[in-house]
Design a protein. Sequence first.
Length: 221
Amino acid sequence: AEEFSDFVKSAEEEQCALVSTPGTSECRQDEVCIKWMSSGTKSNSKRCSEKRMALSCQCVVSIRYPFGQSAGMVDVGYALDLDRDTAAWCAEELNMSWPNIKVGRNSCSTDAQTRITQYGSPDQGLDDIDAWSLATDKCLVQLIPNSSVPCVVKAPDFHGKRGARRMWFGEKSELLAQADQAGSALGMMGGILSTLSTACLAIGSAIAGLLLLAMLYRVFG
């Protein structure tokens, strides 16, 4: 698969329109925690004491650029009312600044902390309420409905066939800087894991050596 930084480098800079239509909802029911209790002696250690079914919804939007358009998804979070009017919910949320967006393989969140406050946290009740947006990059543009934002767009790599264009939001220079920062963080984590793995192997070898010496002592001592 193409790396994100390679995609950005080869994409064209454009202006993309964020359109709140069609606004249809795609929902599912999930079990979430609504009540937490402290567990153990650690202050941040908690366990769920009560769960309920909740409605999780994403709303379909359109992204338009000079030579085409793509479909996107806006995650509007959870609701404990399983009978909530999801069409009205999407219409209400998409009329405001969008908290996140997902287009193809890319996704970002404008403000993860705001999402936690709005839809719940372990302290407020709902558990893992927005894992999708929390796991993504921070958006480099404000997602204002029915406005235009800078973006990069790339046509399919194959010729003579129709295919979805790959696109993302932000100035090319800022997107490349974000990708480099993410790559550096992953490289640092890889180095730490490699060091830990080496240390574990060394400790394991030492323990095996001591056990072997103990066995030999019992046999020949």
